[in-house]
Design a protein around this ligand. Structure first.
Ligand SMILES: [Zn+2]
Ligand SMILES: [Zn+2]
Length: 352
C-alpha cells in the first residue's frame, strides 16, 4: 500500500497518547465513569473538622456549579495547588529529558547520542482543569534516526515506549523554590495510538470535548489581572477566585518572585504554553484549515465518537478545542505531506 514516495512506515512507528495530571490537593466534586461523584476525604467520620461532609455520592450534571469545587475549601491545599501549577512546565521538561535518557540507554548510547539510534517527537497540549490544576495531553512518537521516514530500530517497540513512559512519569520530579520535589499525580493514562485505526479520531474527539480556553469558560480568566481587587470583583466562582488570590498573594513574596505568580494568577500559577511540540512535529496552518474542513465533514457523517479516556476534569466548548482536535487529527497526515515534500525537494535537487 501507499503510492510512490509515500512512506507507509510512519504509520507503524510506535506512538502513544498520554495524559498527565496533578496530584490531589483536596477532594473535589467530579463525574466518574458510572456517573456518580465519589469524592471523599481520607477520614473515618462523616464530617471533617470544619463540619463539612467528607464524601459525596451525588450524580452531578455537566452544568453543576459544584463540579471541580472542593468538598471542603478549608481542607483544600490552595498554596500547594498553585505552587504545583507553577512548576508543572519544569516537571514536563524533566519528564521528557528522562524519557530521552531511558530511550538512549535502551539503544546502548548516551543521552546526547539518542538521535543516532532513534528520535522522539511529540505534540503537547496543556489545559487547566475545572479544579484549577494544569494537566497535559501528549501525542508521542518514536521514529528512526535522521529522518521520520526511517523505521525505528527493532528494540524500539510500542511496549518499550509504554514502559519508558510509565517509569518516567513515576520517577520524574522538579524541585520547587524550597527544593521539595514536585511530581505527577497517580492518575495518568497511556494509550497505544496504533492499536486501532479509530484511536486517532477518538483522540481528536476527546480533545475537542475537553480542551478549554479558560477554566470556567469565562472571559475573566482569559487575561492577566492588574490588581487583587480585580480578582475579587471579576471571578465569581469561590474556588477559582481563591486559587487566583492565592497565586496573587504568594506572588508578592520575594522568595517566589522567579515564578511570576501575579502575572499568572489567571491561570492559577501555570506558566506554560498551551501547545508545544518538538521540532519535527510541525503543523502548517494551511494543513490545519484543510483538516478542519475534512474533520467537520466526517463528523456529520457518523455517530459521535465515544472516547475511552477517564479523567476528573471537565472542560467547556471552545473554538480552541477544535483547533487542538485538528492538531491531533492531522498529525498522521501532516507527516505524510512532509515526507512527500521532502521527496519532491530531493528529486528537484538531483540533476536531470
Ligand atoms: Zn460531589
Ligand atoms: Zn474541612
Amino acid at each position: 500500500m501507499g503510492g510512490k514516495g509515500t512512506p507507509v512506515v510512519v504509520g507503524t512507528h510506535p506512538r502513544l497518547f498520554i495524559t498527565l495530571t496533578a496530584p490531589s490537593f483536596g477532594a473535589v466534586h467530579t463525574i466518574r465513569d458510572n456517573g456518580s461523584c465519589v469524592a471523599r476525604f481520607r477520614s473515618t467520620g462523616s464530617l471533617c473538622v470544619h463540619g463539612r461532609p467528607t464524601s459525596c455520592s451525588r450524580r452531578h450534571t455537566e452544568q453543576d456549579i459544584d463540579l471541580g469545587r472542593p468538598l471542603c475549601e478549608q481542607s483544600f491545599n490552595y498554596r500547594g495547588a498553585v505552587l504545583w501549577n507553577a512548576h508543572a512546565s519544569k516537571l514536563w521538561n524533566n519528564t521528557i529529558q528522562l524519557i530521552r535518557r531511558l530511550l538512549a540507554a535502551e539503544g546502548g548510547v548516551g543521552q546526547p547520542n539518542l538521535g543516532t539510534v532513534a528520535q522522539l517527537h511529540y505534540l503537547k497540549v496543556a489545559e487547566v482543569q475545572r479544579r484549577g490544576l494544569a494537566h497535559f495531553h501528549c501525542v508521542l512518537r518514536l521514529d528512526g534516526p535522521e529522518s521520520i521516514d526511517v523505521e525505528p530500530p527493532a528494540w524500539a517497540t510500542v511496549e518499550l515506549l509504554q514502559r519508558v513512559m510509565r517509569t518516567s512519569i513515576e520517577r520524574a520530579q522538579a524541585p520547587d523554590v524550597e527544593g521539595r520535589p514536585i511530581r505527577w499525580g497517580r492518575v495518568y493514562d497511556i494509550q497505544d495510538l496504533a492499536r486501532r485505526e479509530e484511536e486517532a479520531v477518538k483522540v481528536a474527539a476527546y480533545v475537542a470535548k475537553y480542551a478549554a480556553k479558560t477554566t470556567d469558560g469565562s472571559k475573566e480568566l482569559a487575561r492577566q489581572f492588574r490588581s487583587r481587587r480585580q480578582i475579587v470583583t471579576l471571578v465569581d466562582d469561590p474556588h477559582l477566585q481563591r486559587l487566583a488570590l492565592t497565586a496573587w498573594d504568594i506572588g508578592g513574596n520575594t522568595k517566589y518572585k522567579s515564578l511570576r505568580l501575579k502575572e499568572h494568577a489567571h491561570t492559577f500559577g501555570f506558566t506554560g504554553q498551551l501547545i508545544t511540540k518538538s521540532r519535527a512535529f510541525s503543523t502548517t496552518f494551511a494543513a490545519l484549515r484543510n483538516a478542519r474542513t475534512e474533520y467537520m465533514a466526517g463528523e456529520r457523517d457518523g455517530d459521535p465518537v465515544e472516547g475511552t479516556f477517564h479523567f476528573e476534569g471537565r472542560g467547556y466548548d471552545d473554538p480552541r478545542g477544535t483547533q487542538l482536535a485538528e492538531l491531533f487529527f492531522t498529525f498522521e497526515r501532516e507527516l505524510k505531506a512532509e515526507a512527500r515534500a521532502r521527496e519532491r525537494a530531493k528529486s528537484e535537487d538531483s540533476p536531470s
